[in-house]
Every structure is written in C-alpha cells, then in structure tokens.
Ligand binder design. Structure first.
Ligand code: ZN
Length: 248
C-alpha cells in the first residue's frame, strides 16, 4: 500500500507520463498471454512471416488459429487498469501509451487512436500487405468459411493478413519512431504487465531511465529490469492503477 501511495505521488508530480503496456494488463481482461505456459505459442510453433508469404497452407493455418481464438478476444472488455490510463490521457497527463498488445483494448477504453502506439500491430482487423488497405475480419471470415478460401485485397489483389507484426516481420518504423520520441519526452515512464524480455520493445524503459525519467514497473512477477526502476510493484495492475489514479 505504501508503494501505491508513492506511485500516486509520482503521478501527481509528473507532467508527461508514458505508459508501456504488455500482456499482463490484458490477462486481467481474460485474454490469455500467448507466450505463457499453455499459451498458443507454446502449443503451436509460431508461423513466421516468411512462411506466411511463401505458403498458402501456412496462410490457411494462420487464419484457422485466428478464428479459433476470436471468441475470447470478442468477449474481452477493458479493465480498471485500462480505465486508469484512459483517465490520465483524458486529463492531459499521458500523451502516449506504448503497447506490445494487439487487442485494441486501450482504444476500447476510450483512448484516441493517435495516443496508442502499437508496436506489434493490431489483431482486430486485417490489412493488405501490398497496399496497406484495411479489411475487416468479418469479411475475411466469410471468404474463409468457403472451403478455407484465402482472402485477396479488393483493391490490388494482394495478400491479406491480420494487422499484427509476426515473428520475422520488420518492426513498424513509424510506430518505433513515435515510441522513441514519446519515451524521450516522458518524465515518468510506467511499465504495466510486461516482463520486458521482447526486444526491441523492451529497450524503451531503459531509454526513458537513461534520459532522466523516473521508471515504475507494475507486474505480477519480477522483470529483467527491476534493478533500473525507481519503484517496483508486484501486484495486480487494475487494483494498483485504479488506486493510484483514483478511478474505478
Ligand atoms: Zn492491396
């Protein structure tokens, strides 16, 4: 509790807070951590980007997995942790949320699209890999339901993929640049629910700290970067942040 009070004081004193969120904030909304034991990435070998491009069967398997896990995602709603961050954005104290999550729950909690920097993309819609045109999943699902037919871009005939960054796919340059700039502008950087092992994303807390920001890590388990942090809270994110920000 004393630690949450300290976080509350740090938030009150800060002028530019950046949140960096990982799977831990979404597990509190019922979304499984795909990297955790028993998660889909430990049960199935991930489909790498090169394979997805090269093989129609890999593309079919990718859509099978996507639609098999869709119901869980559809049911998930933002939790108290998302709402606390949304409130800080609304108050003008949090100009950016950098996220490793692909579930769109920050936007669902009311944070404008332009305040959410998605380092690993978004799984709630699809894009054409050639012309980047957006396509909706319902449309893909209808096509795929016809004997696992693969969708093609309505504009250019290109390959359609969920708007996520796969293993082996380049990190999105614009988002990386925005995350870099937001990190350098922060005077308080709060990591929420990331074990900080996936690079280059996990480099941002270090960058913030080196640049003079105070660093807070809220995560159920210890992380690789706890030693760098000014404050570490090993507890549930929703309960911690709703108390620190004063929202339910
Ligand atoms: Zn296209």
């Amino acid at each position: 509790m004393a630690k949450v009070d300290e976080l509350q004081r740090m938030i009150a004193a800060a002028g530019n807070i950046v949140a960096f969120t990982g799977a831990g904030i979404s597990t509190e909304s019922g979304i499984p951590d795909f990297r955790s034991p028993g998660g889909i990435w430990t049960r199935y070998r991930p489909i790498e980007f090169g394979e997805f491009l090269a093989s129609a069967e890999a593309r079919r398997e990718s859509w099978r997995r996507k639609f098999a896990t869709q119901a869980t995602l559809d049911k998930a709603t933002p939790n108290a942790g998302h709402r606390a961050l949304s409130r800080l954005v609304e108050l003008g104290k949090m100009p950016a949320i950098i996220t490793q999550n692909i579930d769109g729950l920050h936007q669902a909690s009311g944070v404008p699209d332009d305040k959410v920097i998605e380092l690993h993309g978004n799984t709630t819609y699809a894009v054409c890999l050639d012309c980047r045109r957006r396509h909706e999943l319902g449309w893909v699902k209808e096509i795929f339901a016809d004997n696992e037919r693969l969708p093609e871009c309505v504009a250019c005939g290109g390959t359609i993929k969920t708007a996520t960054i796969s293993f082996g796919q380049a990190m999105p340059e614009a988002e990386m640049a925005r995350a870099h700039a937001a990190t350098l502008a922060a005077d308080l950087f709060i990591v929420l629910g990331s074990s900080l092992v996936v690079y280059p994303a996990a480099g941002f807390p270090m960058l913030a700290k080196r640049n003079g920001a105070r660093l807070v890590i809220v995560n159920r388990e210890p992380t690789e970067q706890d030693e760098l942090a000014d404050l570490v809270i090993n507890a549930e994110i929703g309960a911690t942040m709703s108390r620190a920000v004063g929202v339910n």
